[in-house]
Structure formats: structure tokens, C-alpha cells
Write a protein that binds this ligand. Structure first.
Ligand code: NAP
Length: 176
């Protein structure tokens, strides 16, 4: 049986940021896409989402407290919110490598690491992202929250696919 994969599906600026310093994604939402940019197809492949507490707060603010990932198992990483479970939403502080091993050994579909930068860095540093699907917006925002943080680890990927959705280039990489 193939282990379920950990996939980061994310959008970034041309200069590699996922949000401005003040958490704005206005620059991203302004870009003309095409259809749903493969979102529905991607969602068919996952049953679990993982995000940092700041991304969770951002999502809840954007969606006016209507959590958009109901029906999927959700893990929110936080050191400040105590570990707890409410329905399908679980706050956790488990070490990322241990968390990943537990999940990968459970049956299920793939696991989506939504972000943000801080949580993703822990997965990248541990070599735990099996695939990246990165939608590049044709805008240089100059500064902001980086997609990738500095790391001591080099990880090589293979380019699986390149798709165009309007003004977005979507790059799909799998770990070598
Ligand atoms: N462009 C995109 O597609 C995209 C996707 C996702 C997010 N974003 C943006 O990214 C920004 C948020 O990114 P961010 O890097 O600032 O924050 P983040 O990674 O979403 O959240 C950081 C928080 O997560 C918790 N955390 C992170 N690593 C942890 C670990 N190993 N163990 C336990 N808790 C951990 C901590 O929460 P506590 O402080 O509670 O301890 C930390 O303060 C937002 O602006 C969001 O909109 C953009």
C-alpha cells in the first residue's frame, strides 16, 4: 500500500511571498485566473488539512467565522492554544516529524499542508513535503511572508507538471 502523501498546495508571488507583511492577499486575488485553477480536482485527492494558527485565524477572518474545510479532518498547529479537539478540528503541538509519521501510517487520502510560512518551514526542514503545487502570480510584491524560509536542508524535486490557469503558472513538483 502506498503511504498517503503530504502535499503543499499554495499560491505565491513571483518573488516568492505568500502574503504581504500585514497578511494581505489582495495582490493575489486581483490576478486573473481560469476556472478554479484545479482546486476541485486537488480537493478530491485529500481528506486532511494542516495549517498554522496564524493561517487558521486568517481563514476564519476571511470566511467570517464559517470554517471552509468542514468534512475534512483539520489540524491546527499552535503552541499558544492548548491541544484540543472540536468536531473535526484539532489543535496540536505535536512535533512535526512525529505528527507526520502518525498520519502517514493511518489509512486515508493525501494530506494538504495549507501553510503558512512558519509551519511549512518545519515540514520542509524535516524533508516531509512529498509534493508542491505552487501557483505563481505574476506580481512582485517586494517583501512579505516568504514561501520558503532559510534552511540547512537541500531537497531535490522533479518537475511533474506545468499548467497555465489564466495569468497563473502552476508548478507541480514531486520529491526525488
Ligand atoms: N498564499 C497562500 O496560498 C497562503 C497559504 C497559507 C497562508 N498564507 C498566509 O500566510 C500567513 C501566515 O503565515 P505565518 O508563517 O505567519 O504563520 P503560520 O505558519 O500560519 O502560523 C504560525 C503559528 O503556527 C503555530 N506553529 C507553527 N509551527 C508550529 C509548530 N511546529 N508547532 C506548534 N505550533 C506551530 C504557532 O502558533 P501559536 O502562535 O498559536 O503558538 C505560530 O505562531 C497569513 O498571512 C496567511 O494569509 C498564504
Amino acid at each position: 500500500m502506498d503511504n498517503r502523501k503530504i502535499v503543499c498546495y499554495i499560491a505565491a508571488s513571483l518573488d516568492g511571498y505568500i502574503a504581504t507583511e500585514d497578511d494581505s492577499l489582495d495582490w493575489l486575488f486581483k490576478v486573473e485566473g481560469e476556472g478554479d485553477a484545479g482546486y476541485a480536482e486537488f480537493m478530491e485527492t485529500i481528506d486532511t488539512v494542516v495549517m498554522g494558527r496564524r493561517t487558521y485565524d486568517w481563514v476564519m477572518e476571511m470566511e467570517k467565522d464559517e470554517y471552509p474545510y468542514t468534512g475534512l479532518k483539520s489540524y491546527i498547529f499552535s503552541r499558544s492554544v492548548p491541544a484540543s479537539v472540536s468536531g473535526d478540528i484539532e489543535f496540536t503541538n505535536t512535533e512535526v516529524p512525529i505528527f507526520a509519521e502518525i498520519l502517514k501510517n493511518q489509512p486515508g487520502k493525501d494530506i494538504w499542508v495549507i501553510g503558512g510560512s512558519e509551519l511549512l518551514a518545519d515540514f520542509v526542514e524535516a524533508g516531509l513535503i512529498d509534493e508542491f503545487i505552487i501557483s505563481i502570480a505574476p506580481v512582485i510584491i517586494g517583501k512579505g511572508i516568504p514561501l520558503f524560509r532559510k534552511s540547512d536542508l537541500m531537497t531535490e524535486f522533479k518537475l511533474k507538471e506545468v499548467k497555465r490557469y489564466g495569468e497563473f503558472a502552476q508548478l507541480h513538483y514531486v520529491m526525488k
